[in-house]
Each structure stands twice: as C-alpha cells, then as structure tokens.
Design a protein around this ligand. Structure first.
Ligand code: SAH
Length: 262
C-alpha cells in the first residue's frame, strides 16, 4: 500500500517486516483486557491487533493517517493527539479502562521514547507493554548484564516492571529505514515493587540527582545535594563505598540510598 511521505520530525519509520510485525503483536498474556497503541502511523500493526478481539484504541499525532486507520478501527477508537500531552488518566476514566489490564503497544517515536516510557510507567492500569527502542536505549533499560550501565531509566523501568528483550530489529525492517538498529522490549508490571507508584516523583527526582554525574565518585556527586554529615552517615549505614561511581551501583544499593536520603 502507498503511504504518505514520511514526516521526519515525527520519527516516521514504519515496519514492513512481517516477522517483526507478528512478533510484536503476539498477545503477552491472556489476561490482557484492552489494547492501546501509540503512534500507529497508517496501521501496520492494526490488522494483527484487531484480530485479538479486544477493545483496541490508537493515539496518533499525524492526521494524514486517518484514511488508513479508518479501514482498521471505528472512528471512536482513533484519537489524534500528541501522546506526550495526552491525559491518559482522564481518558482511561472516560473509556471505562480504570480497572482493565491494558496492553500498550508502540513502535515509539525515538526522539520521545524516554519521556513516553516514564509517562506509561506511572499509569497503573498499563499492565503490559511492547515497546520499540533504538538499540542503545534498549540496552540502557535492560542493563544487559553489563556493569556500569545504571541510570534513572533502568531503575524506574525495572522497579515497576519485569523487562525483557522480545527481539532485535534491523534497519531494513522499516520503511524508510532509520539510521540506527532497534530492539523491542516486553514489560510485565510487577505486583510487588520496591518503591511504590505514589512515590514516583520523589523517587525520580532522587535518581536524577544520583545519576547527574554518573562517572564521578558517589561521595562527590552527593555533596552537590546533601550535607556532608548526612552523606557520611548514610554511606556508613548502608555500607556503600564513597568512591563507587553512581553508574556502578547495584539496584539494591540504589534503593537503599533512596530510602536513607528521602
Ligand atoms: N521507531 C520509529 C518510529 C516509527 S513511527 C522511529 O522513531 O524511528 C512513529 C509513529 O508515531 C508515527 O506514526 C508518528 O506520526 C507517530 N508520532 C510521533 N510523535 C508522536 C506523538 N507525540 N504522539 C503520538 N504519535 C506520534
């Protein structure tokens, strides 16, 4: 099918590889009640997603895709909006999705994938996610077993979700091909979390401080934000080395620091 000219500002790269499309649209769990897709474009995932027989809505920024989407979804399920601005909480109320288990699917626009992910984490109804990232960002979220990869996004994602790699995606799987390799991550919301959703802002703001200078020694970084005796006290109490770099902290250590500094 012929699509409109891709709009680079909106990060438009559409999947054309049927294997990848099939993989992303596999139901993560039978418990999924409803499906929300962000940035469907002309609807390359829509055919598979409609077959899953669950309420399915899309949020897309570019109105040019109306004529394509309408062949897959009824008008009331197509929302034209900027997903970053869009009030999900309010929408879930209006749609009666507050007590539903939502599966969020997105070939995310890469230029806003981090803030969108942060937004989705905070919506407790979103129980599953299948999100496409540029590979570098996917590794930062997964950690990939490497040391020194700790950062805010990893900690936030892994606090609220079990995250795993679904598949790596080559440039050629898209039309037009992007400049970077991609990877899809699967998210399953945890029942038990270290830091509760109610504390999201507080936790995020602490992490922003903690990882503000990832390569500097922890003691030096903390000095920018907390009094010296407090730092000495906490590091002593938590048995964390003042010379460790923030990026090398384990998740456990990050949680311990947060609890003691908050
Ligand atoms: N992974 C690809 C993205 C593919 S298509 C990449 O970034 O390289 C992304 C889709 O999201 C497009 O259909 C685009 O129009 C839509 N989009 C971009 N910004 C959006 C926004 N803020 N809200 C909703 N949809 C958006």
């Amino acid at each position: 099918m012929k699509y409109p000219q891709a709009n680079k500002d909106l990060g438009q790269h559409f999947l054309k590889d049927q294997n990848v499309i099939n993989k992303i649209t596999e139901l993560p769990d039978e418990d999924v009640d409803v499906i929300l897709e962000i940035g469907p474009g002309p609807g390359v995932l829509s055919e598979n997603l409609t077959k899953l027989n669950r309420p399915y809505k899309v949020i897309e920024a570019d109105r040019r895709f109306h004529e394509y989407l309408i062949s897959h979804l009824p008008e009331e399920n197509i929302i034209f909006a900027d997903a970053l601005e869009f009030d999900l909480e309010e929408a879930f109320k209006i749609w009666g999705w507050e007590d539903k288990k939502i599966w969020l699917v997105s070939n995310l626009p890469y230029n806003i994938s981090a803030p969108l992910t942060i937004k989705f984490l905070q919506q407790r109804e979103i129980s599953y996610m299948s999100l496409m990232y540029q590979r570098e960002v996917a590794s930062k979220i997964l950690g990939d077993g490497k040391k020194n990869e700790q950062g805010s996004l990893l900690v936030l994602c892994q606090n609220f979700f079990d995250v795993e790699s679904l598949c790596k995606v080559a440039k050629g799987a898209f039309n037009p091909p992007p400049k970077v390799e991609s990877q899809v991550l699967s998210y399953y919301r945890k029942n038990e979390v270290e830091v509760a959703l109610e504390e999201f802002s507080e936790f995020e703001s602490f992490l922003r401080k903690l990882f503000s200078f990832k390569r500097k020694q922890l003691g030096t970084v903390l000095k920018n934000y907390f009094p010296k005796d407090k730092i000495d006290n906490v590091l002593n109490l938590t048995a964390i080395d003042v010379k460790i770099r923030a990026e090398a902290l384990s998740l456990e250590q990050v949680y311990r620091l947060y609890r003691n500094f908050k």
